[in-house]
Each structure stands twice: as structure tokens, then as C-alpha cells.
Design a protein around this ligand. Structure first.
Ligand code: SF4
Length: 64
């Protein structure tokens, strides 16, 4: 299982992570990011890796 780490100080609420992996990332009406899950099963690892890549401010990391 992989764990998602969000640097909330960097996150600017662009929402590209939500667009890429809506099963995992969700922005609320205030533009604040919430994780639907913080442990990622193998089924979602590819999507989360893509979200890490698209974040324009490098606010996302995954840890084994
Ligand atoms: S793509 Fe990056 S900056 Fe945008 S909401 Fe996701 S974590 Fe935050």
C-alpha cells in the first residue's frame, strides 16, 4: 500500500489532482483539498502517480 502525503502549505487548489484521480482527491466548495482515502490500493496507484505528476506546485508525494 502506498500512502499519499499532501503539503497543504503548497497546495493552491488548482484541482488537477481531482480531475486526474477523483476517486482519491476532492476539492470542497472553498477549494480546499481533501483525501477520500490516504492509503492507495494497487488499483489506484497509477492514477495517484499521475496526479502527483500533474500537480503544478508539487504538493503531492507518495510514500511506500
Ligand atoms: S493539483 Fe496540487 S495544487 Fe492543485 S489541488 Fe491538487 S494538490 Fe493542490
Amino acid at each position: 500500500m502506498t500512502r499519499i502525503v499532501v503539503d497543504f502549505d503548497r497546495c493552491e487548489g488548482h484541482g488537477l489532482c481531482e480531475q486526474t484521480a477523483p476517486e482519491v482527491f476532492r476539492l470542497n466548495d472553498e477549494g480546499e483539498l481533501h483525501l477520500r482515502r490516504d492509503q492507495v490500493d494497487t488499483e489506484h496507484e497509477g492514477l495517484v502517480a499521475a496526479a502527483v505528476r500533474v500537480c503544478p506546485v508539487a504538493a503531492l508525494k507518495v510514500q511506500p
